[in-house]
Design a protein around this ligand. Sequence first.
Ligand SMILES: Nc1ncnc2c1ncn2[C@@H]1O[C@H](COP(=O)(O)OP(=O)(O)OP(=O)(O)O)[C@@H](O)[C@H]1O
Length: 599
Amino acid sequence: MVSRLRERPEWQFFGVLSRADPGLAAAWWVLLLARGALPAVFAIAMGWLVGAVQDGDPLAAPLSLMGTTFVLLQVLTPVHQAVSANLGSRVSAYLNDTLAKACVGPPGIGHLEDPGLSEDLTVAREFDRGQTGPPMYMNVDFVAGSLVELVGGIASAVVLFGFNWWAPLVLVAAWSSTHWLLRESGVWKDRNTAEVRSAQRHANYAYELAVEPEPAKELRLFGLADWTVRRFTERRRRLFELQHAATRLRERPMIWSLLIIAVANGLVFGALGTAAIDGRLPLDRLVVFAQVAIGVGMIAFGGLNWALDGAAAPVAAVRRLEPAMAPAGALTSGSVEPAARGAAQVEIRGLSFSYPQADRPVFDGLDLTIPAGSSLAVVGQNGAGKTTLAKLLCRLYDADAGTIRIDGTDLRDLDIDAWRTRVAAVFQDFLKLELPLRDNVAPAGAPDADIRAALVDAGAADLAELDTRLATGYGDGTDLSGGQWQRVALARALCAVRQGAGLVLLDEPTAQLDVRGEAAIFDRILTATRDVTTILISHRFSTVRHADRICVLEHGHVVELGSHDELMALGGRYRTMFELQAKRFTAEVDEEGLSYDTL
Ligand SMILES: Nc1ncnc2c1ncn2[C@@H]1O[C@H](COP(=O)(O)OP(=O)(O)OP(=O)(O)O)[C@@H](O)[C@H]1O
């Protein structure tokens, strides 16, 4: 029972308050209890005043109590609102921090791609945008206001025990029954059902399509502006419909609630009236008990359920993600230190790997050896597994079976962090940091001389000053073209080589470079990576042919392996692909009379 209660999102929400800021949370609770008790105190003071007037007693004391209570009621409300807003912001910050750590913490990346976690991830990421409910700083205030009412209702019931034992019980039961009856509406159970979360994800995606700069070009080009807005409106309507269906009040429970409340109040007010008429209840006590009898109504089903549900959903999502992400992205680090410098030898044996929930394996028994200091080009159709191989070599995932050995040591036995300092990679979706050029080339730091040399090797010597921020929207910022960004990414890998990386993975490193730029840069890359092991993934055969060996990957297996000349002589897949591309690129001397290596 207790453990089930602890699992409830509402319980987790209250737990997070003190974790976010213990001092503010304590003040929030104290103010909440004080504000909740004040209406009952006010009723008592009012009764005291009426009694004093009747008896001709001095009025100073009851008037002071009434005045103080009234002033406190007025003052504590805005103070509590301010504390709530502050606490709400701290809760947001706490959730954001927790989520950021849970995302960044695991050494692998499986947790960020796990379909089972994606809906919680959306709720946890988006909760403060205000699209599907008020942001947290407002929600905490709503919860506070509703809890004040609940406490006020209970305090009133306690005072009503002064009249008789059953009246408060009847009223509390009647008003509480509204929670039980109206939870039919689904609010109490869960407004954030899996279906609602999924709809929220769709709506958010449609919204991002409309407001983010990346899709803006194609949306306009393909005349999709209206479609995007329509899609967003439809998805959002669907989300609201689902939320409405989950939360709307239904007719029958409403009628039952009204009946129960009417009967209970009829009984209690009838008893109060009878007692007053019989002379058993003097006017001063009647004033108090009538007020608190009305006050018990504050515990009715209402705002608390709505506010708490919205506030608790992201808390619950983050609390679910926190333990779920770590194992999904977990990789056990070994303790063996890789060689500090020098080229790494890679031996892959019987490697099998599937992405989580994928129906087909990417690799199913891959064997491949890459001698230290050599360069290997990997070619193959889209989806053949080339990038996946690079990710496995970086140990972003672990293989399901088989081994990858680095200089004879199983990759899983190597210290992960140490190994990653030995690998440099340029992925297709490489990182673009909104930071100065210097930090883009050497995020972990490197001497300026190495950074400049790497930029020269990548053909980006005159791109910008090292201090220039590579982003617009900053006073000193500038954006780069696609090809220029690619040169920066290349410089990052080449700088890592200067810092001791022994394996370089280049996944389509020149895809965005012009042909002349590519030819010139590739020569430089080969020189710069002469002393390390290089794996080059490319569809450009003009680049591929320079590698020591070329491997053709198909259906998770190496189907051809050899030098350019050997594979051409073999007359297999490589030759077919090469000749197909060669037919389309024949010019070797351009209009300026410069020759370059097309194929
Ligand atoms: N994160 C992922 N989750 C599930 N499946 C994935 C993921 N990434 C890739 N895949 C699948 O794994 C297979 C191999 O993908 P990979 O990116 O390694 O191919 P590739 O050879 O690099 O392709 P391309 O030439 O298009 O870059 C594909 O079928 C792809 O759909």
